[in-house]
Write a protein that binds this ligand. Structure first.
Ligand code: SF4
Length: 336
């Protein structure tokens, strides 16, 4: 256990966690909603600092980040816990673990220095905090981010964006790029299906953009839940209102975890969502989890329609630059 700095002690020995928008007030001996931050004798402790349950070298496109260091790899990390309880979670074994003491006991400790050395040895350009929500292990993620920068590596958060102001203040100076889930445009969906709220996510998306960090948005389109034309349009409209050059990934749902009763999202629904994104003014809309539709993951020049970056699955198959080879238009993003 390590002290969870994003916290404050309240009267009577309870501690308030400041890592996410839930703002859990946690009694002695109890953990917050995420299951990995515990009040131990009046001090909030992280149960997962340095304890990684998943480590892999991934293409940055898999996060997905399509306009950030395209063609590079990210050392991708995850541990246990999440501040959401999405019934369709694709990573539920990690995120929804709530009795983590036994599970973390067998994990080796990896210091931030060791993570940096591993990333450098693997030839990664960045470190991605990705397989479970980084907010719940923010202290470790931010210690890594601080040291990564000194080593010439970038840090990426793949996140639900349900942040506290305190986490934003701590993360924005250190974390270079974000992929934020916009799960729905209904607060009711957020409350019922994800165990969160919409407004803090919208606020985080705007705050990240205003801070100048690189940001892309992902929306998983689930049949019968958030696939209505009005809702998809509202999500696209919101993203475009932040920045019409912000990439939006609309992703296909596959039955998972407690949501086995829904069908796979029809490919036509995803194609229509891409179309709606363009109608709302977004310049870069990509489909995800849609085999056989590689052309929908290419980056197309908004000026002349030429292919700027061609992708096959998560692999960049041709050039990785963000300047149009035909007309010279610069596509917004960050090159290596
Ligand atoms: S990270 Fe969020 S869910 Fe976890 S203890 Fe802190 S406020 Fe609660």
């Amino acid at each position: 256990m390590r002290p969870a700095k994003l916290s404050r002690t309240d009267k009577g020995g309870a501690v308030k966690c400041l890592a996410c928008a839930h703002g859990c007030v946690i009694a002695e001996g109890r953990t917050g909603l995420c299951g990995v931050r515990r009040n131990v004798q009046g001090e909030l402790q992280s149960l997962v600092y340095g304890l990684l349950a998943a480590v892999a070298l991934d293409p940055i496109e898999k996060k997905p980040l399509y306009h950030y260091l395209p063609g590079t790899t990210a050392l991708s990390l995850g541990t246990f816990g999440c501040n959401f309880t999405c019934t369709f979670c694709q990573n539920y074994e990690l995120s929804q673990a709530r009795t983590v003491d036994d599970q973390v006991a067998c994990l080796p400790f990896l210091s931030p220095e060791a993570v940096i050395q591993l990333a450098l040895r693997q030839g990664a350009s960045s470190i991605a905090c990705t397989y479970n929500e980084p907010a719940v292990w923010a202290e470790y993620a931010l210690d890594i981010a601080a040291q990564a920068r000194e080593a010439g590596l970038r840090t990426v958060f793949v996140s639900n964006g349900f942040y506290s102001r305190e986490l934003l203040d701590a993360a924005l100076p250190l974390v270079d790029a974000y992929n934020i889930d916009l799960k729905s445009f209904s607060d009711d969906f957020y409350r019922r299906v994800a165990g969160g709220r919409l407004q803090p996510v919208q606020g985080a998306i705007r705050a990240i953009h205003e801070a100048g960090a690189w940001e892309e948005i992902t929306s998983l389109i689930i049949p019968g839940l958030n696939d209505g034309e009005d809702e998809v349009r509202a999500m696209a409209h919101f993203v475009a209102s932040v920045d019409r050059e912000m990439p939006w990934h609309v992703s296909r749902f596959f039955p998972m975890y407690h949501m086995q009763d829904r069908p796979v999202t029809p490919s036509e629904t995803i194609e229509r969502a891409v179309q709606i994104g363009h109608e709302e003014g977004l310049l870069y809309v990509y489909s995800g989890n849609l085999a056989g539709h590689d052309e929908a993951s290419d980056t197309i020049c908004p000026q002349c329609g030429a292919t700027v970056i061609e992708r096959h699955g998560y692999a960049v198959t041709a050039r990785t630059g963000l300047t149009c080879p035909t007309c010279g238009t610069r596509v917004k993003g960050v090159e290596r």
